[in-house]
Design a protein around this ligand. Structure first.
Ligand code: PEP
Ligand code: MN
Length: 430
């Protein structure tokens, strides 16, 4: 690790999952422009999020974080953004109403335009082997458009700014009545339908308090030249002011590599994905590198093992963190370890049952180990998409083709997400 940190000290280390630019002159011009554009969020907002994440780490609050796997530029439309924000806010309201615990709502929104990929290339019929889609920030989903193009980074900034401007106005306009209308009509076949309906009526009857509509933005900070350009000095510190929270993906968390170096120096609250390949000793070193000052609310560990796998991994990880003496906020990403391919149509999907199973397993393990589960992390859409199998609305594998629109990972739709929120809330320790 370089001795002195700077927003660019990551550059001398091995980098993973980052696009490289063929036209260096153009890339420098774009990054120079990005470096001058106004920040998208304020340092004070990042500090507020940190304080709320600290509360979640102590079990005083519960985090609901969610959104698209990858946002698409074409989805940057008022109605879509509203639908997405409403879903996350409603999931929070459900948890709050049932558990009695305040929530913290974090959206994967206004900047989640880049994707790590398991393989740099893929074979597409009619095109042969081409670069994999790495998110709208880097290249196009259309196989004809897979060249890495630095000018897309600027497009990403404009889309983030437009989305954020709309969402902020939505949250402060004062007209939030539709927010409270939690739709349970699709859950009629659930044995708990009566209680869901009752809860939905009670939530509708509640007055909205400003805290209820407070939300934060987040994305995976993968393309570090972009993140560096949006990293700004504030007094003696540096903040990444492109989002309130940024996280390190499971594929870029190597201890001696560029992402850890970049993240250790920013003052934002940050997250790290913790998958099944994480060793206990490695995790201990990682939390020490990322939170050496033992600041509460600074570091969220986002476990993503897969249903049935947490028991073999999580107790060791909890023990390693305990031994390190570093405070963390534990979160359960119950989607990224649960990807499968549908037999009949070969679509990437997940099962609502696997998602629920992982959450319940992780809850039980934290309880047994005396640690605290501070929240959940999910890929969801407020629209009526058909990407995940299961839920009381009875979405089957054959129905996936009906409205399968994701470019990356499959998302639970509105009714599946609402149902998961009800089920999680009803299982939360009081
Ligand atoms: C994601 O959150 O979209 C993602 C790629 O997750 P992970 O890094 O855990 O695989
Ligand atoms: Mn994903």
């Amino acid at each position: 690790m370089p001795e002195a940190w700077s927003p660019s000290s990551w550059r001398s280390l091995p980098k993973h999952q980052m696009a490289e630019w063929e036209d260096k002159v153009l890339a420098d011009k774009v990054l120079g422009k990005l470096g001058k554009l106004p920040p998208l969020v304020q340092p004070k907002e990042c500090e507020r999020l940190k304080a709320l994440m600290a509360e979640a780490g102590r079990g005083e609050r519960f985090i609901v974080q969610g959104g698209d796997c990858a946002e698409r530029f074409l989805d940057c439309e008022g109605e879509r953004l509203e639908t997405q924000l409403k879903l996350i806010l409603q999931m929070g309201m459900i948890v709050e109403h049932i558990s009695g615990k305040p929530t913290l709502k974090i959206c994967r929104i206004a900047g989640q335009y880049g994707k790590p990929r398991s393989k740099p290339t893929e074979t597409v019929e009619g095109f042969g082997e081409i670069m994999s889609f790495k998110g709208d920030n880097i290249n196009g989903f259309d196989p004809k458009n897979r060249k890495w193009d630095p000018e897309r980074l600027l497009l990403g900034y404009w889309h983030s700014a437009a989305a954020l401007n709309f969402l902020r106005g939505y949250c402060t306009s004062g007209e939030h009545l539709p927010l409270q209308t939690v739709g349970v009509a699709d859950l009629k076949s659930s044995e708990h339908y009566e209680s869901y309906s009752e809860d939905a009526r009670a939530i509708f009857g509640k007055a909205i308090v400003p805290e209820t509509v407070e939300f934060f933005t987040s994305h995976e900070a993968m393309q570090l030249d972009l993140e560096e350009a949006l990293t700004r000095p504030v007094g003696t510190k540096f903040y990444n002011l492109s989002a309130h929270l940024v996280w390190i993906g499971d594929r870029t968390r190597q201890l001696d590599c560029a992402h850890i170096e970049y993240f250790r120096g920013i003052t934002n609250p940050i997250g790290v994905k913790v998958g099944p390949s994480m060793k206990n000793d490695e995790l201990k070193e990682l939390v020490q590198a990322l939170n050496p000052n033992k600041e509460e609310g600074r570091l969220m560990l986002i476990t993503r093992y897969g249903a049935g796998k947490a028991e073999a991994m999580l107790p060791g990880h909890i023990q390693a963190v305990k031994e390190s003496g570093i405070p963390v906020t534990w979160q359960c990403d119950a989607v990224h370890g649960n990807g499968i391919v549908a037999k009949s149509n070969k679509l990437k999907t997940r099962l609502v049952n696997d998602i629920m199973t992982e959450i319940l397993e992780v809850m039980a393990i934290h309880k047994k180990c005396g640690s605290i589960l501070g929240g959940i992390h999910l890929e969801v859409s407020g629209c009526d998409v058909t990407e995940v199998v299961g839920g009381s609305a009875g979405l089957t594998e054959e129905m996936l083709t009906k409205n399968y629109e994701t470019y990356c990972d499959p998302r639970m739709n509105y009714s599946q997400s609402i149902e998961v929120a009800f089920r999680v809330a009803n299982e939360m320790p009081s």
